[in-house]
Structures are given as C-alpha cells and as structure tokens.
Write a protein that binds this ligand. Structure first.
Ligand code: UD1
Ligand code: MG
Length: 457
C-alpha cells in the first residue's frame, strides 16, 4: 500500500446471539480454523502497521486465540461504532488509514482489502470507503444509499429502514477503510438513538457527509466473499464456499480430486504435486502431504505428515502425531496415532499403531495392535527396521523390537525382542483326528429331543 501507514481494527465483541452457542461466534470454525483466523490470515498478506482485535469481557478465549495480535476489550459491547471507538484510542497517531474488518466475515480475501485501501487513496480523498455487495437475499444487511453522482451518502440498517429502502439490493458488507484523522472526529458523534439502542458504525457515513466529507462504496467481486456469518445455517454456507475455494486451489496446484465435492480440506492443508485424492476424504487441521501420494477413498486424516509416494487407504484413519516416511503404505481399517513410520513401512490391514516408532521397510501384519494404554499412562512401542510382525499380534507397550526381528502370528509380546530374533507366544496346538465328526454325531442324537421339547413349548 505504498507509503501509507495502515492500522486494522477487527471487530469480534458481538454477542453472536443468533449462533445460539456457548462458544464466541468468531471462534466457530470454517475449514478447521476459527472464523477470525481466516480474517487474520488474509490480513497477513497486506502491509499493516498495527492490528487490534476488539473483544468483549466475556469472551477472553478470543484474546488467547488471536495472540500475538493485541486484543482491546469493549466493555460492554454497545454496537459496531462503539467497538471502533474502543480500539481507536489504542491506534498510534502516525496511522494514515484505518481498515475496519469484521471477525464474522471469514471469506474476505486480501485482494478485496487492497481494493478498498486503494479506493481510499482516490484523488477525491473520501473520508470513508465502504465495501458493498448484492446478496441474493438482502435480509438484515444494511442498505447503501448512493446519490446520482455515484457517491455513498448513507447506510441504513435493515431494522431502521422503510419498506422503500428495503427494496435496495446494494448492501453493506461491513468492511470499511477510513481516513484515520477524520474517523476520530466522526466516532465522537455516533449516537445510539435507534431501535437497538446501539452505536452503529454505519452512521459514520451520514456524519461524514454532514461535515462536507465525501464517501465512496465499491462493489465486492463475489457476494459470497463478504457474507457475514450470524447463524449456523450461514456458517454452513460459508463452509461450502470456503471448501470450493480450497478444492480449486488444490487442483490448480496439481492435485487430482476424483470427486471434488466430497473432499474436505482444512485451510492449512499443505499439498505437494501429483497427489491423487479419492472420493470422501476428510483433512483436519495440520496435514502436510508430499508429492505423488495417493489417498484412496474414505480416509480421515488430521495432524499428519505424509511422505512422498505414500499410499493411504481406503478407509484409513491418521490421527495427530502421525509422521509417515516416503513410500509408506497404510491400508484399510488402519489407525495411526502419534507414531513415526520410516520409509517403506507397510501396515496394510486392520491395525492400530499408536505412540510408536517403526524403522524402514518393516512389515506390520494384519490385525497388529500396539497396546499403548494401561488405563493410567500411554506407553511406547519401538520397532526396528526391516522387521516382520506377524498377523494378529498384540504388542503390550512398553516394548522394543530389534531390527530384522520376526514376530510369529497371534503373539502377545510383553518383553523386548533383540535384533534378528524370533518372538512367539502361542498355546500348544492340539490336533485330534476325527474329533469334529464324532462331536457332530453326538450332538445330532440329542437335537431331535430338544426340537420336540421346543415344539411342545
Ligand atoms: C453489520 C452491519 C450491517 C452489515 C452487516 C454485514 C452495523 C450496525 N451493521 O450488521 O450494516 O450489513 O454487518 O455483515 O455495523 N461487534 C463488536 N461489538 C459490538 C457489536 C458487534 O465487536 O458491540 C462485532 C461482531 O463481533 C461482528 C461485527 O462486529 O464481528 C458485526 O456485528 P454483527 O452483530 O454481526 O452485525 P450485523 O447485524 O451483522
Ligand atoms: Mg454479522
């Protein structure tokens, strides 16, 4: 933004009553990240000198989440105008422009923020520039009043609007850029003489006009980008829109999505190139995936790093702390948690590997369970490289299995196994020739009597 010094004020102190939630509205998540996190991430892409997040005294969790961005407490929250007033006192005197953002408008992009700030620098030097849009249903949005010159002369909140004003389709997205000095003066004059008894920031426009200062509105390219999330239904609409954006980004970066609409990303999912993702895959926060990975259908993945060329699923669950080396194969009904599997490890069927490290090229047979929890503490399993764990093995941690060791199928290991050793725990196998046939004969004699008895009942 050239040499201009910009401050951002992010409003997040509203009660969020319409969410009907114990959680502050702006901490409700979208693509795995709180709404306000998306606003701060977009803000990160523009040059801002200082940012202040306005929160209410009842919602101190928001301050914890936004740190190190400083929070300003608005006590009590009395409207958007009052919120900006609470923050403006904390903004340094050297600031030229103030960008006001809403914590409940999570789809806003940094490009749109830049457009707004550029419009503020227009030679006509408007006191305020407001972002407008045409929603499908203008409903409760404030209506923008534009005069015959195309200038903004006022904003009327839906609650205060006449039926005639409500027919206006051009609405306030809530995002505004102000000249810092004139904003100081305007804020002193905002009153609360309205149906909600709140200090509306939207009144800033008519106040500026009354002082002879011009204001402008610019239109958002995409109405969805500026939707405000006030209800759970709107949260779902915003989520769908965010997911479409993330899916398009992924495909642009060289990821094949066989059925894009059934793949759910987190905003922080890191994807390499030439990855293929099958239908019905969910990525929670903290996932990074290397090049040439194949994620087969129906996988649930969060907090996991996946090395190059790995094959995951179908039906795999990778939980936080999973770290898979290159070329690892994780098959169906396998759950991995807090475990590092070196390159070439295979866990192809029906297994649970938790709190473990596994050396390279080790093969873990079907139905292997690391018994990592004794009801009190989590214990660790260490398996060396090139080992072979037979099917249906229970490893009762803490246990260390050496390199190249072999564990016989069906074993329950409780002791360490040295490198190159065989570990086997198995009851003696009994073979009795003809026993099954004799058993059936014995039983079949008694069945008719039972059956007769049943018939009598
Ligand atoms: C607001 C606008 C409306 C606009 C809409 C866009 C006002 C008066 N109305 O209405 O014109 O069309 O957004 O989404 O500005 N907040 C505070 N302190 C408060 C009140 C609110 O920080 O005392 C914060 C909220 O946390 C929220 C934002 O300001 O992030 C907007 O508040 P909200 O109550 O959602 O306003 P809307 O009714 O949506
Ligand atoms: Mg809102």
């Amino acid at each position: 933004m050239g040499s201009r010094r910009i401050a951002a004020i992010i409003l997040a102190a509203g009660k969020g009553t319409r969410m009907n939630s114990a959680r502050p509205k702006v901490l409700h998540t979208l693509a795995g990240i709180p709404m306000i996190g998306h606003v701060l991430a977009a803000l990160n892409d523009i040059e801002v000198r200082e940012s202040k997040v306005v929160i209410s005294p009842e919602q101190l969790e928001v301050a914890d989440y936004v740190a190190p961005y400083p929070a300003v407490i608005q006590d009590p929250p009395r409207g958007t105008g009052d919120a900006v007033l609470a923050a403006i006192n904390e903004v340094s005197a050297e600031i030229d422009d103030v960008l006001v953002l809403f914590g409940d408008t999570p789809l806003l992009t940094s490009e749109t923020m830049k457009r707004l700030l550029e419009a503020r620098r227009d030679p006509s030097d408007p006191a305020a520039v407001v972002l407008g849009f045409y929603p499908d249903e203008p409903g409760e949005y404030g209506r923008l009043i534009i005069n015959s010159n195309g200038d903004l002369t006022g904003i009327i909140e839906a609650k205060e609007a006449s039926p005639e004003i409500l027919t206006i389709g051009f609405c306030n997205a809530g995002i505004m850029a102000f000249d810092a000095n004139r904003l100081q003066e305007i804020l002193q004059e905002i009153g609360n003489d309205n149906s909600k008894g709140e200090y509306y920031l939207t009144d800033a426009i008519s106040i500026a006009i009354s002082k002879g200062w011009g204001c402008k509105a610019i239109e958002a390219d995409n109405p969805l980008e500026v939707m405000g999330v006030n209800t759970r239904a709107e949260l779902a609409i915003a989520e769908a829109s965010m997911q479409d954006r993330l899916r398009s980004d992924a495909m642009r970066r060289g990821v094949t999505l066989i059925d894009p609409s059934s793949v759910w990303f987190s905003a922080d999912t890191i994807l390499g190139r030439d990855i293929t993702v099958g239908p019905h895959v969910w990525f929670g926060p903290g996932v990074s995936i290397g090049n040439n990975v194949e994620i087969r259908p129906f996988c649930h993945i969060e907090g996991a790093r996946i090395g190059e060329g790995a094959i995951i699923g179908p039906f795999a669950r990778l939980r936080p702390g999973t770290n898979l080396g290159d070329g690892v194969h994780i098959g169906n009904y396998v759950e991995i948690k807090e475990a590092k599997l070196d390159s070439g490890v295979k866990v192809n069927h029906l297994s649970y590997i938790g709190d473990s490290v596994v050396g390279y090229d080790t093969n873990i047979g079907a139905g292997t369970i690391t018994c990592n929890y004794n009801g009190f503490s989590k214990e660790k399993t260490e398996i060396g490289a090139q080992a072979f764990i037979g099917s249906n093995t229970a490893i009762v941690a803490p246990v260390k299995i050496g390199d190249r060791a072999i564990v016989g199928a069906g074993s329950t290991l409780t002791r360490d196994l040295p490198a190159d050793a065989l570990g086997l725990t198995r009851a003696k196998e009994i073979v009795r020739e003809g026993w099954a046939a004799d058993f059936r004969k014995r039983k079949s004699k008694t069945v008719p009597a039972d059956k007769d008895q049943r018939d009598l009942d």
